[in-house]
Design a protein around this ligand. Sequence first.
Ligand code: SAM
Length: 279
Amino acid sequence: MNLSDPGTLKTFLARHGISASKGLGQHFLCSQKVVDKIANALAGCSGVCEIGPGPGVLTSRISAQCDRLIALEIDSRMVSILQESAPKAEVRQLDVLHADLAEILKELPEPRGVVSNLPYYITAPLLTKIAEACEKFTVAVLMMQKEVAQRVAAPAGHRERGSLSVYLQSRFEISLIAQVSAAAFVPPPKVDSTVLSFRPKPTGIEPSLEQDFYALVRFGFAQPRKTLANNLVAAYRRSREDILTVLETAGLEEKIRAHDLTQEHWASIQSALQGMPLG
Ligand code: SAM
């Protein structure tokens, strides 16, 4: 059964009396080209965890190329039909936001991959959850709304850059796998999508300082229209003079905004803040 063919997918769903649930973000991929690109990006993975398999267009293809695939799906209707479309997959009915992803990944043989056409209504918490389990996999191949992907991959100087960009770029090498038009889904969403791959890398931040680093980044972006100095004065309750000294030590101008900073700038600010006596 080739579910990347829209006619076959629609017939399959109709035969089981299933219509897509908007509330669960169900837009099913129907493009052989994109399925191939995603499967190729996971080549070499012996174990794969798929989040939100739906009817199984990716599940059937990827379970055929790896040794073991665990699929996590919230919708019981999909859990039943996956037995037919992807019999090799081990399907678990659960809400991935409440699952221990790292523990599930540990069940799989290495090297491990994560794959998902992300349900759009939980994209940001799911990206964070996947990032937190990064020690347990070699690559994650994730489809998301094009605008979200632009924010995730935005380099320093781009207005789309935010705390999620800095967080993810510190933990992963991020590469473009495919641009996908809305027409490649049944039913079509209102926006286009992008597939990115995420390969874990060392953060370069001392583990004991990681929490403080990410807190600094969140504070810096707290009010993106304000200057970085104003955001940091509010967050750290330091005098403006102190914060300007920190920026100067990091080689940054007074009027700079958070989205202009590189990873290295954030690290310099963190060490300048640490070196500053309190009061
Ligand atoms: N992978 C399929 C595809 O590409 O055609 C379906 C992708 S669809 C965009 C998202 C899938 O995630 C749906 O099957 C939906 O039921 C499932 N889903 C939504 N919220 C979920 C959650 N909290 N936990 C697990 N699965 C979820």
